[in-house]
Design a protein around this ligand. Structure first.
Ligand code: FAQ
Length: 317
């Protein structure tokens, strides 16, 4: 009987669209790529709580406040599922937190922009969660099992987030002149950074080709960005707002909207740590880590005490 090498078995599983599980053999670079992507994704969820956290105390009604709190809490939960998925690849949570706190790890560029008005809560839900869900639905079929399963639950929640954002935008856009202006201003500021969330153009994306071969990414950055643009431009019409792009036009031949050039210098600058809020975001995460030390210590002390009691009970029996 012919034996197959680990690598052949791995390739066969991918070709048959079966998931790779934590104890399966996998190429070192597949593991590395997953740790990189999943941990960046986890960090994004957790840092992504901050721009919205800024508005919890100033939400315009109890209902808005309860919904916003629930949404932010969901994002924290997404971070936790994703850190757990990353841990199955052999990295520890402490290592991942350390990479974030020392500024070695990347997280999504979008969360380095400020949330200036209440309308930003609408724009973040509608555009940022809208872009996130466009990117994440295909990840429900990513080849690494724990990541794919985490994404199924994440996507269900993101879909609620997107709708709550659209609802805020719709209320403002159909409200007073001042409210409509606030909604337009938020769209103006979040539109281009949302397009950047999908990452560089395919031709400039060093990781896409291999990640698509490994079925980690099921679609490329440009394919997903285009899908987002096509859907969101139509939603903007429903809101009665204007996409801040003078070059935006329907291209009948391609069956898609064309957009103007994206400012990749701005993207690179933000990813390099020089965006409007990079410092503030990292400072907030480090402060939360330091101030949470007593909680971690107390939980560890309690676990040690319970373990000792359980051991005593076993010995006495
Ligand atoms: N920001 O070769 P590629 C959310 C980096 S979650 C910063 O194309 P890849 C929920 C990239 O890491 C949002 N860096 O890379 C929420 C790579 O650098 P490296 C996060 C970026 O991995 C909503 C380099 O550029 N979602 O929003 C960005 O194949 C509201 C070259 O790029 C995910 O993480 C960027 N935007 O494709 C929470 C989804 N784009 O590592 C709160 C999972 C690229 O080689 C409130 N991730 N880079 O040094 C992915 O799908 C992929 O990792 C991409 C990038 C598409 C983001």
């Amino acid at each position: 009987m012919a034996t197959t090498s680990f690598e052949e078995q791995f390739d066969k599983r991918l070709a048959q669209d079966q998931t790779i599980e934590p104890k399966d053999w996998m190429p070192d670079n597949y593991r590395k790529t997953l740790i990189r992507q999943i941990s960046q994704h986890a960090h994004s969820e957790v840092v992504g709580m901050l721009p919205e956290g800024n508005w919890v105390t100033r939400a315009p009604s109890l209902r808005r406040k309860a919904v916003l709190l629930a949404k932010i809490q969901d994002e924290g939960g997404h971070g936790l599922y994703l850190y757990s998925a990353a841990e199955t690849l052999g990295v520890t949570r402490d290592e991942l937190y350390d990479q974030l706190h020392t500024g070695k790890a990347k997280y999504s560029s979008i969360f380095n922009y400020p949330s200036l008005t209440w309308a930003d809560m609408g724009a973040i839900g509608w555009l940022v969660d809208g872009a996130a869900i466009m990117n994440q639905v295909p990840l429900c079929r990513t080849s690494y099992g724990p990541y794919a399963r985490a994404m199924v639950r994440v996507c269900k929640e993101e879909s609620f987030h997107q709708r709550q954002g659209f609802e805020i935008m719709n209320t403002l856009a159909k409200g007073t002149e001042i409210q409509k202006k606030m909604a337009q201003d938020a769209l103006n500021r979040w539109w281009w950074p949302s397009l950047m969330m999908f990452g560089p153009h395919d031709a400039d994306s060093p990781n896409t080709e291999q990640s698509v071969k490994w079925r980690i990414k099921r679609m490329t950055n440009d394919e997903l960005r285009q899908k987002f643009i096509d859907v969101t431009v139509e939603q903007t019409k429903v809101l009665g707002l204007e996409v801040p792009d003078k070059d935006l036009k329907w291209n009948a031949e391609r069956g898609h909207y064309d957009v103007g050039p994206i400012n990749w210098d701005e993207f690179k600058n933000v990813v390099a740590g020089n965006g409007p809020c990079n410092k503030e975001r990292l400072d907030a995460r480090r402060k939360a880590w330091d101030e949470g030390k007593w909680v971690r210590d107390a939980a560890m002390a309690y676990a040690t005490k319970r373990k000792a009691r359980a051991n005593q009970a076993t010995q006495a029996a």
